[in-house]
Design a protein around this ligand. Structure first.
Ligand code: FE
Ligand code: FE
Ligand code: ZN
Length: 278
């Protein structure tokens, strides 16, 4: 099954996002759990969640992706920032427990000159405080572009976090095509090589979502600037090879391209026309 969608505004709630997704031709979507640059959150509306779940079932919407705010830094130098990240993630996972179809994606963090080793340890420590055997949401680490002191700039750093998490079965990876290309993984000329490296270091079975973006900058530039499909350095042929690769079968593809609704609708239709499976 091919699951494709895009990032949507969560301002009007879950049912509204489901309807918007269907209107755009999508069968999955991503949204921010709260203000991405702050932390404030709306009261939880369980009726809206129930209405959304019925609507999703009727309309064939599959797994969806909740994105944590950017202000979360689990490996900050300042303890208060780590506490903030821990509080936000704990609250987000409590709220998402009512919506088991959603996975939770977050940026591992920035080590702000403490070093990547310290960063990985602090992130894993926070996850070990937040996750419990009752957690019913899969938590995904996003592959990062390696801008500044971002942790998760390569597969080894992501694995360095995962291997320190006690409840590792609660964790997985969201692969961002723009970010890994920016990180130096040549998905244009050597997709097989990149995937076999991922498999060797992390394991492809831990891959649960893809952010499908083109990149404004060339391979290895560590800048993190998304481009619309085929308007960047990755190009539509490489992105088409990805959506058709068996390693990504049944994994949701989420667009985070600089688009309005019309643009997303066009890109979703394009990807569906490029998908060769059933
Ligand atoms: Fe992200
Ligand atoms: Fe992303
Ligand atoms: Zn990005």
């Amino acid at each position: 099954m091919f699951y494709v969608g895009c990032h949507l505004s969560s301002a009007k709630g879950y049912l509204a996002m489901g309807k918007e997704a269907v209107k755009l031709g999508a069968n999955t979507f991503q949204f921010f759990t709260r203000n991405p640059r702050g932390g404030s959150v709306k009261p939880l509306d369980l009726e809206d969640i129930e209405a959304y779940r019925d609507f999703a079932k009727e309309n064939g919407i599959g797994k969806i992706l909740a994105h944590a705010p950017y202000t979360m830094n689990a490996c900050a130098a300042d303890e208060n920032l780590i506490h903030f990240a821990e509080k936000v993630m704990t609250e987000d996972l409590e709220r998402l427990s009512f919506l088991p179809e959603a996975m939770y994606n977050f940026h591992p963090g920035s080590h702000v000159k403490q070093g990547a080793e310290m960063g990985m340890q602090k992130i894993a420590d926070m996850l070990n405080r937040v996750l419990s055997p009752d957690t019913n949401t899969l938590v995904l680490l996003e592959t990062m572009a390696g801008k500044g002191t971002e942790v998760g700039r390569n597969f080894a750093e992501l694995q360095g976090i995962l291997e320190k998490v006690e409840l590792r079965e609660k964790m997985g990876i969201c692969l961002d095509t723009c970010h890994i290309f920016d990180g130096g993984y040549d998905i244009v000329h050597d997709l097989e090589g990149v995937l076999s490296e991922f498999d060797h270091i992390i394991g492809l079975e831990h891959l649960h979502a893809v952010h499908l973006n083109d990149s404004k900058n060339p391979l290895g530039s560590h800048k993190d600037r998304h481009a619309c499909l085929d308007e960047g350095e990755i190009g539509i042929n490489a992105l088409s090879a990805i959506i058709n690769h068996p390693a990504f079968a049944d994994i949701p593809f989420l667009l985070e391209t600089p688009n309005d609704a019309k643009g997303y609708q066009k890109e979703i239709a394009w990807l569906k026309s490029l998908y060769q499976g059933k």
